[in-house]
Write a protein that binds this ligand. Structure first.
Ligand code: GTP
Ligand code: MG
Length: 189
């Protein structure tokens, strides 16, 4: 029997996580990278980053995950971190409709900072993954159906398969969403 592997290709991917304050960006990253969850809210100031090693198509990929501030007053710092990003995770809260509506602004803001021409083909094809978080709340409180998210995604040209619903609290869908992001970014890079 031959031993598996040998040298794998190595790659560094940069991912940026965006969305309104409180939707759970930091909680999703802690769940994905550290396997932990805290109910305590501490606003992200500017941006933080964490790393995660994953295997994609037999390449060893280090994903640098940039967690940005949703609060307006901390954001001017954050946009500097959009440069060089290979993919972007846009997060909304399924219990607050405005957080989905605001993804249009987050996406525009991201593309404006990431590309010199936000209308270029490169910008148009940029890989986004869309995440509706906090599905563990009372279903009667839910304000955003999957169909609402898919409608918005179709309107900006993002495929339905790039949509995920998650609960950082209950660890539902989190690994799947981040894995999708790594796979997309890796294949495009
Ligand atoms: P900013 O840093 O201000 O942009 O906010 P954020 O998007 O990073 O939000 P954060 O991850 O800090 O989460 C905000 C609050 O929501 C915290 O109290 C979390 O514990 C809570 N939270 C995050 N994800 C979930 C979830 O899936 N379910 C529940 N029930 N609470 C969550
Ligand atoms: Mg945060």
């Amino acid at each position: 029997m031959s031993s598996s592997g040998g040298l794998r290709r190595k790659q560094l991917l940069k991912a940026v996580v965006l969305g309104d304050s409180g939707v759970g960006k930091t909680a999703l990253l802690h769940r994905y990278v550290n396997r932990t969850f805290s109910t305590h809210y501490k606003a992200t100031i500017g941006a933080d980053f964490m790393s995660k090693e994953v295997i994609v198509d037999d390449a060893q990929v280090t994903v640098q995950l940039w967690d940005t501030a949703g609060q307006e007053r901390f954001q001017s710092l954050a946009s500097a971190y959009y440069r060089g990003a290979d993919c972007c995770l846009l997060v909304y809260d399924v219990n607050i409709k405005s957080t989905l509506e605001r993804l249009t602004l987050w996406r525009d803001e991201f593309l404006r900072n990431r590309f010199s021409d936000a209308n270029s083909a490169e910008a148009r094809d940029f890989p986004f993954v869309i995440v509706g978080n906090k599905t563990d709340f009372d279903p009667a409180e839910r304000q955003v159906a999957v169909a609402d998210a898919l409608d918005w995604m179709a309107s900006v040209g993002i495929d339905a398969e790039d949509h995920f619903e998650t609960s950082a609290k209950d660890d539902v869908g989190v690994t799947e969403a981040f894995m999708r992001m790594s796979v997309k970014a890796h294949r495009l890079s």
